[in-house]
Design a binder for this molecule. Sequence first.
Ligand code: AMP
Length: 279
Amino acid sequence: MDILKTISQMQKWSKTKKKESKTICFVPTMGYLHQGHISLMEKGKSLCDELVISIFVNPAQFGPNEDLDTYPSNIENDLLLAKKAGVTAVFLPNKDIIYPENFQTEIKLQELPQFLCGKFRPVFFSGVTTVVTKLFNIVMPDIAVFGQKDYQQLQIIRQLVMDLNFDIKIVAGDIIREQDGLAMSSRNAYLSISQRASALCLSKSLHMARDMVDQGEKNPEVIKLKMETFIGTFAETNIEYINFCDPETLEDINVIESETLLAIVVRVGETRLIDNTLL
Ligand code: AMP
């Protein structure tokens, strides 16, 4: 497994593989890898000859009061896991490589970032789309895999690829969960034992919503009220949003009559947890 720290090293690596007619799959990450990331790598590995991951905690996607400085990191373990998953190259740049002095460009979508998480994290998606654009130009993959756990991000990347004509196929990976249902996340490491128990309110409330829809409930407001009451019974929880929306446009829906995205964000203590399901 090659470890590449500069842009020219990474680009040279990819160009060499392309000359050898190898196809390249790419999984961007912020590190502190868990089984969710690994599942994306396994998916990628099955689709291409070469598997590249990036590990980069992107400062541009963190707001001023967010957890950039405390974001968990364990590069040594990440490299072991990546190697085991069959990764053939890790792009491991530092901040100054990605954002050199006098960096000026921002890539920003008009519509999709206005919904869901974008309302609460105003710089997040432009940070994501800017860095992903750069990473696509640096790694030059044929395929890139993104997790459905960050559903809005996945939709935004799909739109970005379409709008900017990247010749890259975007593949979605399922949400990987702990045995008790909690969606895996690097941020779960922040949770105390009691907060870890409270964090189950996300997956459990999504489950409850699915059951209500299965039983014929079509009114999002009725379901939302039940979810809010249920989540309120868990200690240290604070709902940021519960949204029922169109899975393509992310616009709110008033009646559940076709496939609907139910997306939820809850703060457990200081930790912001996200989850979603398609109804
Ligand atoms: P991150 O390192 O959190 O930026 O995530 C990198 C990629 O892993 C993104 O495409 C995420 O959507 C994906 N991911 C994170 N958690 C999970 C999970 N539990 N299941 C599947 N994919 C995930």
